[in-house]
Structures are given as C-alpha cells and as structure tokens.
Design a protein around this ligand. Structure first.
Ligand code: FES
Length: 147
C-alpha cells in the first residue's frame, strides 16, 4: 500500500536532527492523531535555504513526508519553498494512501511554521505565507508547567 519511495524515506529518513541556532524553527501538531513535527531551517543572506532538518514524533508517513519535504526545500529560496506543498511532497513520494494525506499536510505546515518564525525574526515578508493553524511552537518552547 506504500510506494517504494515512501518505504525508502521511512527506512532511511534524510536530514533527521536539529540545527543549532536555526534561522527558523517551527513545531506543528495534529490534534487528532497526536503526532508532532518540528522543522529547522538554516537560511543564508540571499534567503536561500542552506540546510533543513526535522524531528518527528509521529507515524511512518509523517517520517517519510518530512524527510522528503526537507529534501525538496533544500537549495530553494524561501519564496520557492512555498511551492513545497503537501501535494508536491506526496507526488515526490509517488503518492500516499488517502488516510495518510494529513501526514503530508503536517510536513507542509511544519515548513510554514519554520518559515513563519524566520519571517518574524527577520522582518521578511514571504508571499502567501500564513502562520499554520496547527503551529504549536510557542507551547512547545514554553516551560511545561501543566505537567
Ligand atoms: Fe498523524 Fe501520520 S497519523 S501524522
């Protein structure tokens, strides 16, 4: 039911980890499945994404889609990175089963959350970018008083 590419990115995810002092970092969560994804971006002075890493506490499709998303945004400008939609990620993975489409949406939102953080910090306007509804970056970074 999963394409070879999905299995490949699930078994050998690219760009797992963190970036120290990232230009932008964002965390998103899906309230229904409880999966969480964090994306780190290293962006140079020409607004080109030099590096991208991710961490996912989520399902296999979340791992595969974040892995592919990091590969797709690397080397792109922040504006071009807006073209890395969940559809583009799914196409690059040769498709996903319908019940797993939301996982690819999480990947898109994670990129947007990281871009949003970058745009806020640097006062850069990125055409078409909105703060994702599932952005939980602030909650994740706050001291976890509720526990
Ligand atoms: Fe929620 Fe995959 S099941 S991200």
């Amino acid at each position: 039911m999963y394409s070879e590419k999905v299995m490949d990115h699930f078994n050998n995810p690219r760009n797992v980890g963190e970036i120290e002092n990232p230009s932008g970092v964002g965390t998103v969560g899906n309230a229904k499945c409880g999966d969480i994804m964090r994306m780190y971006l290293d962006i140079d002075d020409n607004q080109v994404i030099r590096d991208c890493k991710f961490k996912t506490f989520g399902c296999g499709a979340a791992v595969a889609t974040s892995s592919m998303a990091t590969e797709l945004v690397k080397g792109k400008t922040v504006t071009e990175a807006m073209d890395v939609t969940n559809k583009a990620v799914m196409e690059a993975l040769d498709g996903l089963p319908p019940v797993k489409v939301h996982c690819s949406l999480l990947a898109e939102e994670a990129i947007h959350a990281a871009l949003w953080d970058y745009s806020e910090k640097n006062n850069v306007k990125i055409e078409g970018l909105e703060k994702p509804v599932n952005d939980i970056s602030e909650k994740e970074e706050a001291p976890q008083e509720e526990y």
